[in-house]
Design a protein around this ligand. Structure first.
Ligand code: FES
Length: 83
């Protein structure tokens, strides 16, 4: 989320600044990267119930994705709306 916001990517609102209270940083993570991510914890899963665009198995809150060398090349799709 922070990298996307810093790069000026439209579509990731991140209203709470990464505090896991807004769900406006929703993204759909493409494979093979989705499989490389640690699973969402209970708090993230709970917030995914509040996304404006319905969550799918590929959904993650981007503020919970910690970038690493393993994720180099990560691609995501943005939902139609964050609100
Ligand atoms: S930035 Fe608010 S939940 Fe991710």
């Amino acid at each position: 989320m922070e990298a996307a916001v810093a790069a000026g990517i439209d579509g990731i609102a991140a209203d709470c600044g990464g505090m896991l209270t807004c769900a406006t940083c929703h993204v759909f993570v493409h494979e093979p990267f989705a499989s490389r991510l640690p699973g969402a914890d209970g708090e993230e899963l709970a917030m995914l119930a509040f996304t404006a665009t319905p969550a799918t198995p590929a959904s993650r809150l981007s503020c919970q994705i910690r970038l690493s060398a393993e994720l180099d090349g990560l691609t995501v799709e943005l939902p139609a709306s964050q609100y």
